[in-house]
Design a protein around this ligand. Structure first.
Ligand SMILES: [Zn+2]
Length: 477
């Protein structure tokens, strides 16, 4: 992963390699500005006399985790036509933002339960209240969803502070209706791979997944490889239109073969009627995009940076074409116009949204009785829960070794350190040194495993079978 570089007045410069950062630090030309992500500040340089290159920040918003990929954009020119081609992206930094939507939901539910029980108590002398709920404003998002939008924006803002981001790319819709319709109407669309029609195939794939709820239309099987199935078989004159396509698992697809759908489902007339009705009903455009992504889109627009949006079909197309493993961060790198993605085998900075603790000082058991009490003071001997620490425990101790991670403090001065390998308990405060103060996030550098790379991973293989493509891969990761 590259190192972020700031100038004397904390303005962002182009990120540099780890080796260069080490040289700058040993030569005394730079100071450490921040540990996670590692950022240095040059003492003898200003942004004005430095050359900057275009940097793209691509975002793949997800429900549990959002992938962010910061890439240097290298424009490519088509050798034959002399026209601008799809750019090559050199990955600079990969950040996976792990959301805490479920934790927010749980804690709000606990609060609601507490308030409900309190409302029921001792109400004899309380004036009755009614009609005191204001209703929801338009554009209201549930707190757990709003959190996703806001942390993503926070990280876009942060990354812009550490690197000279010049453009944004966001996956906005799951599939591109316009492209599908243009293809159906036989219109020519710009770009090479559009003409090949493969991209449109991926859009159709994403559309079908959304329409049929990621399950087999004939047996409701989930989590198995799904294939495109012609409801009226092509051998019987069935068309390639999406209204004639369904998803089927391999056994069902094989069993159906070129049979008439009425014949195949003769034993289940209710299912037959349901499938035929469902196939005819077009999925609305709205089904392709959810409220969270729209909100994020509008907020990203207000940054003033050029923002390109793309569909999930395109992301999957790029990822499959480039034979990249399915991870949140590499999906992000594949968002939008991408010719090639380079330097993919880099560790990912996993950023866990932890929040800043709770105000409640009483821990309850499953029945609501006090189980224990948290400390009044959040700070113990100069440490706070959430700080990133470096602990060097001498060989005489049972916990001997060097541990780096998020600390959880105890009033006894014996702390727990959450490392990449797991939690190490009972580390004395004397061995700990603060690397970075807690800022509501936990940080971990995670290596991408080689065995997950390429089309061999199940998800990519399923995608390939769904879109009827051969697993031909030109480049391994
Ligand atoms: Zn099936």
């Amino acid at each position: 992963m590259s190192v972020f570089v700031l100038d004397r007045s904390k303005k962002p410069l182009m990120p540099c390699s780890e080796k260069r950062a080490r040289k700058l630090l040993t030569a005394g030309r730079a100071r450490v500005h921040r540990m996670y992500p590692f950022t240095i500040r040059l003492l003898d340089r200003t942004a004005e006399d430095s050359a900057l290159q275009p940097l793209r920040l691509s975002i793949d918003p997800g429900s549990k985790a959002t992938g962010l990929a910061l890439c240097r954009v290298e424009d490519r020119v088509d050798a034959d036509t002399g026209e601008a081609g799809e750019p090559a992206l050199h990955i600079v930094a990969l950040v996976e933002l792990v959301h805490r939507g479920q934790a927010i939901r749980d804690s709000l539910r606990r609060r609601a339960m507490l308030r409900r029980s309190r409302r029921g108590r001792n109400t004899r002398y309380r004036a009755p209240r009614f009609d005191n709920r204001g209703g929801k404003r338009t554009g209201w998002l549930a707190p757990s969803l709003l959190h996703r939008v806001e942390t993503t924006l926070t990280w876009v803002r942060r990354l812009r502070r550490w690197a000279p981001v010049s453009e944004l790319a966001q996956e906005l819709v799951r599939f591109d209706m316009q492209l599908m319709q243009a293809r159906a109407a036989g219109k020519g669309i710009e770009g090479v791979e559009y003409q090949r029609g493969e991209l449109a195939g991926f859009e159709v794939g994403e559309y079908l997944l959304a329409k049929w709820g990621r399950r087999c239309a004939y047996c409701d099987a989930e989590g198995v490889p799904l294939e495109k199935d012609h409801i009226v078989a092509r051998a019987r004159g069935g068309s390639d239109r999406v209204s004639n396509l369904a998803l089927a698992c391999r056994p069902c697809n094989r069993a159906k073969g070129a049979q008439d759908v009425g014949e195949f489902l003769a034993h289940a007339p209710a299912r037959l009627a349901r499938i035929l009705a469902h196939a005819k009903a077009p999925l609305k455009d709205a089904a392709a995009v959810n409220a969270t992504r729209w909100r994020l889109f509008n907020d990203l627009k207000s940054t003033g940076l050029p923002l390109q949006t793309a569909s999930g079909g395109r992301t999957k197309f790029n990822r499959t074409r480039l034979a990249l493993p399915k991870t949140h961060v590499l999906d992000a790198a594949c968002v939008g116009r991408v010719g090639e993605v380079l330097r993919t085998a880099q560790p990912t900075l996993q950023v866990q949204c932890n929040g800043r603790g709770s105000r409640s000082r009483t821990r309850l058991d499953a029945h609501g009785f006090p189980r224990g009490y948290l400390m009044r003071e959040k700070s113990v001997l100069g440490f706070r829960t959430g700080d990133m620490v470096h602990a060097t425990v001498p060989a005489s101790s049972r916990k001997a070794g060097t541990w780096v991670g998020r600390v959880a403090v105890r009033s006894s001065g014996s702390f727990n350190v959450q490392t990449a390998a797991g939690t190490v308990q009972g580390i004395n405060h004397r061995h700990c040194r603060v690397l970075m103060r807690g800022d509501g996030y936990g940080y971990q550098l995670v290596a991408q495993h080689r065995k997950e790379s390429g089309y061999r991973d199940g998800a990519s293989r399923r995608a390939l079978s769904l879109f009827g493509l051969k697993a031909e891969v030109s480049r391994a990761v």
